[in-house]
Write a protein that binds this ligand. Structure first.
Ligand SMILES: Cc1ncc(COP(=O)(O)O)c(C=O)c1O
Length: 472
């Protein structure tokens, strides 16, 4: 999606930094050398390097050139390959409900996984909404509208999904009321009470809630902080347990930030195809990659209709719109019927806003803007954590999205920390909510899609101080 030449070059160099072709402290090629290497002008390289500076990946040293910046301590542990755990019922809803209700109006809400409204395209959406209100509102408020809004939206979504490598038609897509609704519909379509669902560990609390609501059992599969679910561990689990479905976030995973390499994606889809196991793919953060090309969705490798692709505009245009969708493959009819059983339709007004907004062509520009801000915020937040949290703290280093997964020394209990922090109106999501087996007691998830200021930094510093008192 990066259209500018300098953006493409900075993305290539960023990828080289990511792949450790250049290490922290290394000098990047001089501007003259880079011009020769990329066959572009001096000003293009200067723009590319200044973008790397903006992303906190490089720094300019006077009279010397550009150098790779040191990254914070990363989560690099390999996942445990031997222990695939045991499928168990889930019970996280009470804890999540408590945290969300207690902290809803907090000024420093690092707990919600939604972007602050400063990062939404409010002015552009206002224009779109004014136009809709002028020309279509009367029509949209009734049933039997003269415009098939849902089809308009599904056409736009089918067009957008080509960026994720998926060739779909509008008829392959079912709209939903957000992505959580999509995930629940998919689970309902492919499994029943008591069935085993393989999930990443740590897992997105929303999928745990859906599994809990449907009285299924969750099986945690070790997941690598960079590469996502361990395919070896999943293979082992498939031999041991009657896994009915997998539910995964392969791109900029919430909470880990991991993104599966292309080969792993192909291998995973093939592995499940052989066993005819449906795979629910949550691609909500897929558009929010910092560098270069958007990752192909797992769905793009699916030739058998076994991947049920879910997403929404909640992370990019705003959770208040509640516009989501599924491309359910062979489960299309089942999903349509299940949806009909519950909500029948969603808000046509919201759908029209999203369809019209996509049609303006402003979406990609908006994404380019926010993904750079999120990259900067992740770096700033990680730097602040590295400076102030206790020694031994680890911080994820994702290349997209805006979540940070922070591991504190083992003796710190983040549920205790949460109870101390809320007294100062500071919130985050404690690690225990990311596991049906109560793992991750010393972890926390932070949202970096918050406006960055000295106040934000001070709130994190307070959190760091509290962590010294939250000892088990
Ligand atoms: C990975 C992931 N999937 C799904 C959801 C739910 O999305 P929605 O608000 O569109 O229902 C969230 C929200 O936090 C999320 O982070």
């Amino acid at each position: 999606m990066n259209k500018t030449l300098y953006g493409q070059i900075s993305a290539k160099i960023a990828e080289q930094i990511e792949n450790e072709v250049y290490l922290p402290g290394d000098k990047l090629p001089s501007i003259r050398k880079a011009c020769q290497q990329f066959k572009v002008s001096v000003s293009t390289i200067q723009q590319a390097y200044s973008q790397l500076e903006n992303l906190y990946l490089a720094e300019a040293r006077p009279q010397s050139g550009y150098y790779v910046l040191s990254q914070n301590e990363n989560l690099t542990e390999e996942p445990e390959m031997t222990d695939t755990g045991t499928p168990i019922p889930v019970s996280v809803n009470d804890g999540i409900f408590q945290v969300i209700k207690e902290t809803e109006n907090f000024k420093y809400n690092f707990g919600a996984a939604y972007p602050h409204s400063d990062f939404l395209p409010v002015a552009q959406l206002q224009k779109t909404i004014r136009k809709i209100s002028r020309h279509h509102l009367k029509d949209l408020l009734t049933t039997g509208s003269s415009i098939d809004v849902n089809l308009l939206l599904r056409r736009q979504l089918a067009q957008r999904m080509t960026y994720a490598g998926c060739q779909l038609s509008a008829n392959d897509i079912v709209t939903t009321s957000g992505c959580k609704d999509a995930l629940s519909l998919c689970l309902n379509a492919v499994a029943k009470k008591g069935d085993v669902i393989a999930i990443e560990s740590p897992a997105f609390p929303g999928i745990l809630q859906a599994i809990e609501a449907l009285e299924m059992n969750a099986l945690e599969i070790p997941t690598h902080p960079k590469e996502g679910i361990s395919i070896d561990a999943l293979k082992l689990a498939l031999e041991q347990w009657p896994i009915r479905a997998c539910a995964l976030i392969p791109t900029f995973n919430n909470p880990l930030g991991s993104s599966m390499p292309e080969d792993n994606r192909k291998e995973l889809v093939e592995l499940l195809k052989i066993r005819e196991i449906p795979l629910i793919e949550d691609d909500l953060f897929g558009d929010l990659g910092t560098y270069g090309q958007r990752a192909n969705a797992l769905k793009s490798y699916d030739r058998d209709g076994l991947v049920l692709y879910c997403s929404s505009v909640s992370k990019s245009l705003g959770p208040g719109l509640k516009v989501g969708w599924i491309s359910p493959g062979r489960y299309l009819k089942k999903i349509q019927k299940l949806k009909f059983l519950n909500s029948v339709t969603e808000s046509t007004l919201s759908q029209m806003i999203v369809a019209e907004y996509f049609a303006t062509g402003n979406y990609d520009k908006h994404i380019r803007r926010i993904r750079n801000i999120y990259a900067q915020n992740r770096k700033l937040m990680a730097a602040c954590i590295a400076d102030h949290f206790p020694k031994g703290t680890t911080i994820s280093n994702p290349s997209g999205g805006y979540m940070l997964w922070v591991g504190l020394p083992a003796e710190i209990n983040t549920w205790k920390l949460y109870n101390l922090a809320i007294k100062d109106k500071i919130s985050f999501l404690p690690g225990i909510l990311f596991s049906p087996t109560g793992k991750y007691n010393n972890f926390l998830r932070l949202n970096a899609a918050v406006p960055w200021s000295s106040e934000t930094e001070n709130a994190l510093i307070k959190l760091a101080k509290h962590s010294l008192k939250a000892i088990d």
